[in-house]
Design a protein around this ligand. Structure first.
Ligand SMILES: C[S@@+](CC[C@H](N)C(=O)[O-])C[C@H]1O[C@@H](n2cnc3c(N)ncnc32)[C@H](O)[C@@H]1O
Length: 311
């Protein structure tokens, strides 16, 4: 707390410089103290790194695991624009079978469950491709689901072939680590501002990550195919954590979780296996974000056309 006060007074960032941000996980490192890893990104395999951390230390977790999308190999052509849509075709999203995907998710979630405080909550995001499998694994491991939140995308990937609905949603499961967990953080006034209708229902309407927010590689292509928008993480963090809390993201990608946590005066630990994304995170932290604590104005409009009321 004293450290946080000092930072506020000196107006310095939670991450002092981007080169201090990354820790290389290696086999001769047996254990991590919290002070070693607070506000750091660990470059390494998540279950392996989690095993080296003390139990019961994190106040919240945001986990955005591989979707296992299994998209067809052929190109998706936008016929009118004569361009090719780039879906998610990354090696990290590929698994030989559902069974191996389930084993991967279970291992990751077991590691995460151990390091969560008894009062901590976890958010797991995915799409219909894997959400139901993840939900089952979570329940089998004893996580207790508090809500799901449906994220409605205002700018989803178009459905080129017209043979099914345009998929404009992702789901977030919000859970505690055991059924008997008590005193978890939930800011209901914040929740009301975010969800639709006067009740603040569990539907969030916001765009996918585009434009200046999107990290680019040296060829000006997007660095990561599934970078999450800042507004999504802002909501997760504001509604379920307090200033000074410690937040874990075990599959960090471009580091959106830590980036937003840091701007909102929370601490973080992130883990990411890919060198190029870890480098992207280090670069990203050179420009700290300015993030307002209010939801984006666009989200407010939803009330006018879906007027939900208390039942
Ligand atoms: C869906 S992406 C996360 C995107 C992230 N939320 C963002 O905003 O950029 C999943 C990430 O998990 C990483 N990953 C997958 N398995 C991992 C593992 N075992 N350990 C560490 N990172 C892993 C992948 O490299 C990928 O970047």
């Amino acid at each position: 707390m004293a450290d946080r006060k000092r930072r506020l007074e000196e107006n310095t960032s939670r991450v002092d410089s981007s080169c201090d941000l990354v820790i290389e996980d290696c086999s001769n490192r047996r254990q991590y103290n919290l002070d070693d890893i607070r506000n750091k990104t660990i470059h390494g395999d998540s279950p392996t790194a989690l095993e080296k951390m003390p139990a019961d230390v994190f106040d919240a977790v945001f986990m955005d695991p591989p979707y296992f999308l299994q998209l067809p190999k052929k190109d998706l052509i936008r016929w009118e624009a004569r361009t090719i849509a780039r879906g998610v075709d990354d090696e990290w999203d590929k698994f030989p079978s559902f069974e191996e995907y389930d084993t991967y998710i279970e291992k990751m979630l077991k590691g995460v469950q151990r390091v969560m405080k008894p009062s901590a909550t976890i958010w797991v995001i995915s799409t219909y491709h894997s959400m139901f499998r993840i939900g089952r694994v979570m329940q089998d491991l004893g996580f207790w689901i508090l809500n799901d939140v449906i994220w409605v995308k205002t700018n989803p990937m178009p459905n080129w072939l017209g043979v099914r609905f345009t998929n404009a949603t992702e789901n977030l499961i919000w859970a505690v680590k055991h059924k008997d967990a008590k005193k978890y953080t939930f800011h209901k006034d914040v929740a009301k501002k975010m969800g639709i209708g006067s009740v603040g229902a569990n539907v969030w309407v916001l765009p996918i990550c585009t434009g200046g927010q999107r990290l680019k590689n040296e060829n000006r292509e997007k660095l990561h195919s599934t970078q999450k928008p800042i507004e999504l993480l802002k909501r997760v963090i504001l509604v379920s954590t307090n200033e000074g809390d410690l937040i874990l993201d075990p599959v960090a990608g471009t580091g959106t979780t830590g980036y937003v946590a840091s701007a909102l005066d929370r601490d973080f630990v992130m883990i990411e296996r890919s060198r190029k994304y870890v480098d992207g995170i280090a670069h990203r932290f050179k420009t700290p974000p300015q993030i307002s604590k209010e939801p984006e104005p666009g989200a407010q409009k939803v009330e006018s056309y879906i007027p939900l009321e208390d039942g």
